[in-house]
Design a binder for this molecule. Structure first.
Ligand SMILES: CC(C)(COP(=O)(O)OP(=O)(O)OC[C@H]1O[C@@H](n2cnc3c(N)ncnc32)[C@H](O)[C@@H]1OP(=O)(O)O)[C@@H](O)C(=O)NCCC(=O)NCCS
Length: 134
């Protein structure tokens, strides 16, 4: 039996939720030249056809357009390959970079606050839902 980390990655490469109902997608984000890994983007395609997206860039690469470029590429891939055109994201209201990124991508922040499970910091908070119809 492998470590918890290897079991996690073995599950992720199946691109399916454990019950097989959702599609779970993860992409590493890398610069072209020099090739450096700078973060990752994720999407969960729900049973209703909506995709929930998430994105993380390492701090030293913020503010250079990489977030917009990588999330745009993910939305296009979700549309082209998985025929998804409804997207949703949940962000903490105080997360101004994420709000700025989503708004620049045409997401409309609904203002409807929802409980947010933050796997990044292992705590719960309050998020804001945004939607984009691409
Ligand atoms: C959110 C994140 C990916 C943004 O990446 P980035 O590469 O810095 O963003 P970009 O340089 O591509 O900027 C994209 C847009 O967001 C805006 N933006 C970026 N930082 C901002 C800030 N601090 N305040 C307001 N707007 C901001 C930019 O002005 C730009 O809009 P424009 O195209 O209209 O000019 C990055 O800050 C991050 O990884 N944060 C930590 C992870 C996180 O909180 N993820 C959210 C959980 S899903």
């Amino acid at each position: 039996m492998g470590s918890a980390t290897s079991r996690r990655y073995e599950r992720l490469v199946t691109r399916k939720s454990p019950d097989g109902v959702e599609i779970w997608l993860n992409w590493a984000v890398r610069t072209l030249q020099p090739p450096v890994y700078i973060g990752y983007v994720q999407a969960t395609i729900r049973k209703n056809g909506w995709a929930e997206i998430a994105f993380v860039l390492f701090h030293e690469f913020w503010g250079q357009g990489y977030g917009k470029e990588s999330v745009t590429a993910m939305l296009q891939e979700l549309n082209k390959t998985y025929f998804v055109s409804n997207f949703r994201a949940f962000v903490n209201p105080r997360n101004w970079p994420s709000r700025g990124l989503l708004q620049s991508l045409g997401f409309e922040l609904s203002g409807r606050e929802v409980p947010l499970q933050s796997r990044l910091r292992g705590r719960t908070g309050v998020g804001i839902e945004g939607r984009s119809l691409v």
